[in-house]
Design a protein around this ligand. Structure first.
Ligand SMILES: Cc1ncc(COP(=O)(O)O)c(C=O)c1O
Length: 517
């Protein structure tokens, strides 16, 4: 083993330290100064030599490994990889799955530098986000990740028939632009559906959007100005709070406990920030799977009324209840027109049609239609025709029954597997619906480090920092149970359990009362 890597880093550079270390090692390998098979000094030794945190060196070595420059085995060390025969091996690496997305070539070629021209937005420069945005999991991993249904279960055949029928009966008119507010019969169907959930709404208040993600974006355009404050749940939905940050908002996370949002913290944050919006998922929250306690719904609305804060209620997976009646949406209790309800077909049918909906207070319908029109003129009329027919035929309800059953079993399998595989000191939520659950790791473990090791063995999960708008969360991870088969869920949890065991020297058993959030 070498004693020292003799690297230099530039602390005044805007390039993250771990990337500088990875660059330097990569360059030494490319120049033949480090030969295949050579064992690199330990991360601890490199950290000491460079005066950086050991985690920085671990991240650098992980980047190099994912790029195929080095290999490592738990407890054995890190070795220069023999790259002979690796297709396309080159300094920037290849953008295939399981490898880093290459850096901006300008960093290597002296081309146009876009970095300083990027608008202020969500964090892209912290170690975590640099890693996350540059690296993808290997393609064949067991995916306990994402909030995405299992594509194997999509009722594609039924959709094909429905699409055919729309084209036969509507002909070319289904291929025209539609009204910006959406296809009226689908808006009517949704209003009827919501009435069953206690939400009384005029179809004119329902707007069709390209997935609920667009609904959030349009609302941010309508309500937010740079510097405005937005409150979100912490942990919360990544592409929700990052979207608000992309619109220039200051995002503050409100902690949760087993009963959902902590209302005293919400009240304090409203007083401190005078927020423009509260974004919340009271039913089967992403990532925790938790439900807002029944006795918190009224007080939550009272707090928002007192501080004049509008509420964006994300209903994304509220129909995925397994064995319990989901609570009424907040919108069902709102008689002041303060709550905007956001929904989607993505989690109960197929995300590929990109159809979601907003239920708006009357005052926002006009301005929102205008923004929708300015953004994309209208959502696909063909898709809306097909969705309308699909729902009216009862095909959505039939599909829902099926996936609720499949998901319930998968959740059960996941819970049992966790019970078997995870050591004392790990805690997790036990949701009654939705798509994901939330794990608190035993003291001392870091979910990103575990992710590196898990990906090497074929498991992908979502590390905790993804769900924290302003950093933190490394002691948590999110597991998705709706996308993989029972067998693969069991295999995935075994991998997770063994990775945790191997890091066990840092695990200390905690008292059972330790909270999971
Ligand atoms: C909580 C939550 N809301 C909204 C969305 C957006 O989904 P879509 O745009 O497909 O409706 C997602 C997607 O993962 C989500 O997890």
């Amino acid at each position: 083993m070498m004693d020292s890597l003799e690297l230099e880093i530039d602390r005044s550079s805007s390039r993250a330290l771990y990337l500088q270390i990875a660059d330097a090692v990569r360059e030494r390998i490319s120049r033949g100064q480090l030969h295949p098979g050579v064992k690199l000094p330990s991360t601890r030794a490199v950290a000491r030599q460079l005066g950086v945190h050991r985690r920085t060196v671990i991240q650098a070595f992980n980047v190099l490994e994912l790029d195929g420059w080095v290999t490592s085995g738990v407890g054995q060390g890190t070795f220069v990889h023999d790259r002979a025969g690796i297709e396309g091996a080159g300094p920037a690496g290849a953008a295939t799955s399981g490898q880093p997305v290459p850096d901006d070539p300008s960093a290597h070629t002296g081309g146009f530098d876009w970095e300083p021209r990027l608008a202020h937005g969500p964090d892209r420069s912290s170690d975590f986000w640099r890693f996350w945005l540059r690296n993808r999991p290997p393609e064949d991993c067991i995916r306990l990740t994402g909030a995405t249904a299992d594509p194997e279960l999509f009722p594609a055949g039924e959709l094909r028939e429905v699409m055919g029928e729309v084209l036969r009966t509507q002909g070319a008119s289904a291929l025209d632009y539609g009204p910006p507010e959406g296809y009226p019969p689908l808006r009517e169907w949704l209003a009827g559906r919501l009435e069953d959930r206690g939400v009384r709404v005029d179809p004119a208040q329902v707007l069709i959007v390209n997935g609920s993600q667009q609904g959030m974006d349009l609302l941010a355009r309508l309500l937010l100005e740079p510097g405005d404050d937005v409150l979100v749940e912490e942990p919360g939905y990544t592409n929700g709070f990052r979207l608000f940050q992309a619109h220039g908002a200051q995002v503050t996370g409100i902690p949760m406990d087993a009963g959902g949002l902590q209302l005293d913290r919400l009240d304090a944050a409203c007083r401190q920030h005078s927020p423009k919006l509260l974004y919340t998922m009271p039913i089967f929250q992403n990532p925790t799977g938790l439900v807002l306690a029944e006795d918190r719904a009224g007080p939550l609305l009272e707090i928002c009324a007192r501080h004049q804060v509008p509420v964006l209620e994300d209903h994304f997976d509220a129909d995925l209840a397994y064995g319990c009646e989901p609570p009424r949406p907040l919108r069902a209790r709102d008689d002041a027109g303060r709550v905007i309800l956001l929904g989607t077909f993505s989690k109960i049918l197929f995300p590929g049609l990109r159809l979601g909906w907003l239920v708006l207070p009357r005052a926002l319908v006009g301005p929102m239609s205008e923004i929708k029109q300015m953004t994309d003129l209208s959502s696909s009329l063909l898709a809306q025709h097909a969705m309308d027919l699909f729902c009216r035929r009862g095909l959505l309800d039939r599909h829902l029954e099926r996936i609720r059953q499949v998901n319930r079993t998968r959740l059960q399998v996941l819970l049992e597997a966790l019970e078997e595989a995870l050591p004392p000191g790990a805690f997790w939520t036990r949701p009654q619906g939705g798509m994901t659950l939330w794990v608190r790791l035993p003291e001392g473990l870091d979910s990103l480090e575990l992710l590196h090791q898990s990906r090497r063995r074929g498991l992908d999960f979502s590390p905790g920092p993804l769900f924290f708008p302003n950093g933190g969360g490394s002691e948590f991870l999110r597991l998705t149970y709706v996308r993989e088969t029972e067998e693969r869920i069991r295999q995935g949890v075994k991998i997770l359990g063994s990775v945790i065991e191997e890091n066990a020297d840092r695990v200390s058993a905690e008292p059972a009362a330790r909270p999971f959030l």
